[in-house]
Design a protein around this ligand. Structure first.
Ligand SMILES: [Zn+2]
Ligand SMILES: [Zn+2]
Length: 123
């Protein structure tokens, strides 16, 4: 075999080896795959994060992650603002103590002040 790095002749039983043993260690280093955690040889000049087995699955995994991020962003937005301003104003109008004289008056006053608080925080 002729080494791709130093052009020196060397003998190997491994057909896939394109570098002599001393160059192999210069050109390649062992990297732990970030996905399956197996070690693999990676060209130092073209560093990789994933072994060849995992590389083929990366586009699929990225797709799944993007979907997950989108869903989480949506959930987060919803959590921060579960009630829109319009809905809050409607609720305040519904609960207003003026409309609930009698036994419900105390509850109406309570809920209204709670809603007013929510509205102030949300804006
Ligand atoms: Zn060499
Ligand atoms: Zn892997």
């Amino acid at each position: 075999m002729i080494c791709l790095n130093c052009s020196g002749h060397f003998y190997t039983s491994n057909a896939w080896k394109n570098y002599c043993p001393s160059c192999f260690n210069k050109v390649f280093n062992k990297i732990r795959c970030r996905l399956c955690e197996n070690e693999f040889w990676s060209n130092r000049h073209k560093p990789k994060f994933f072994c060849s087995d995992c590389s083929s699955e990366i586009p699929l995994i990225i797709d799944q992650l993007e979907f997950k991020v989108e869903r989480l962003e949506y959930e987060l937005e919803f959590k921060e603002n579960p009630l829109s301003q319009t809905k809050l104003i409607e609720l305040i109008r519904l609960c207003h103590p003026d409309l609930h004289q009698g036994p419900l008056e105390v509850l109406a006053t309570d809920v209204t002040s709670w809603l007013l608080n929510l509205r102030r925080r949300a804006s």
